[in-house]
Ligand binder design. Structure first.
Ligand SMILES: Nc1ncnc2c1ncn2[C@@H]1O[C@H](COP(=O)(O)OP(=O)(O)OP(=O)(O)O)[C@@H](O)[C@H]1O
Ligand SMILES: [Mg+2]
Length: 269
């Protein structure tokens, strides 16, 4: 079947930035478990850790590990990218690779300022890697600085995790504003991949109210799948294993597998 999306010749890589400048809303947990679920479905997936906290790198058990060419920091600073594979490590999970990070990336926010094409440095690397992967997920830091800007310029779409709490929508205006500016000049094709409700507690009226408000605002951009507050999702990172493998029967893991089905069902643009 030549028209099948599973025909390798027809596969197009989708680069998805997982972004929200608010801290602790589930960006890393989402990037990690969604990417792992999609890799488990047989797609070739690259995780890019664009956060100096390097939680994503720890989450796949590769803390302090560097690829032959170093980390994402070295990739951003390199004069030329001959082989993006030099900045990529295999993980213990089939089809899942990682461009790792460490705390040196903190300096990049400052060092990038003086570099040529400072907003396009990550795009340069990831465009060179597109042929090797079906999906690339970029885990952004909790800020709207140059690292997140690089992610938004490199990405096709943005996935926004929203913590189901009272101020969920507050501050989102800044992210939407930044996306508009990027669409206006640096990356006109940037689109919203989807909005994901995270850490949902159905027992509280507040959680239900926030979910209703977010759906009223973002409408069909909000995933049907909602990620519940689930202790397993919090525990898994300390074992260096994504929750979808650590406890596959947990409600958190099941939710991320369901989310992966939703993401995979969306046709490539
Ligand atoms: N659905 C959930 N239920 C319970 N705990 C969760 C859930 N999602 C994430 N956590 C935990 O909450 C904390 C914050 O999550 P995470 O690191 O994914 O957020 P983040 O947005 O990447 O944070 P940062 O902005 O610091 O990068 C982590 O300890 C994580 O394990
Ligand atoms: Mg994070």
């Amino acid at each position: 079947m030549t028209n099948s999306v599973d025909d390798p010749a027809r596969r197009v890589c989708r680069v998805i930035a997982v972004a929200n400048q608010k801290g602790g809303v589930g960006k890393t947990t989402t990037a990690l478990n969604l990417a792992t679920s999609i890799a488990m479905a047989g797609r070739r997936v690259l995780l890019v850790d664009a956060d100096p906290q390097a939680n994503l790198t720890s989450g796949v058990g590769l803390k302090h590990r560097r690829a032959a060419g170093g980390t994402v920091y070295d990739a951003l600073m390199a004069d030329t990218i001959d082989d993006p594979g030099r900045f990529i490590l295999p993980t213990t999970i089939d089809h899942l690779s990682l461009m790792p990070s460490d705390r040196h990336l903190t300096g990049a926010e400052v060092e990038l300022v003086d570099l040529q094409d400072r907003e396009h440095r990550l795009k340069r690397v990831l465009d060179a890697a597109r042929l090797r992967f079906d999906y690339i997920f970029i885990d952004c830091p909790p800020s709207l600085g140059l690292l997140t800007l690089n992610a938004l310029v490199a990405a096709d779409t943005v996935l926004v995790p929203l913590h189901c709490e009272y101020f969920a929508l507050e501050g989102l205006a800044d992210l939407v504003d930044t996306m508009r500016r990027v669409q206006g000049s640096l990356n006109p094709a940037l689109d919203i991949e989807g909005v994901l409700l995270t850490m949902y507690d159905e027992r509280t009226n507040l959680g239900q109210q926030v979910a209703r408000d977010v759906r009223a605002f973002f409408q069909d951009k909000v995933y049907r799948t909602v990620i519940p507050r689930n202790i397993r999702l919090g525990e898994a990172p300390s074992h260096g294993i994504p929750a979808v493998l650590y406890d596959v029967k947990s409600r958190g893991a099941e939710a991320y597998v369901a989310l992966a089905h939703e993401v995979l069902a969306r046709p490539a643009a």
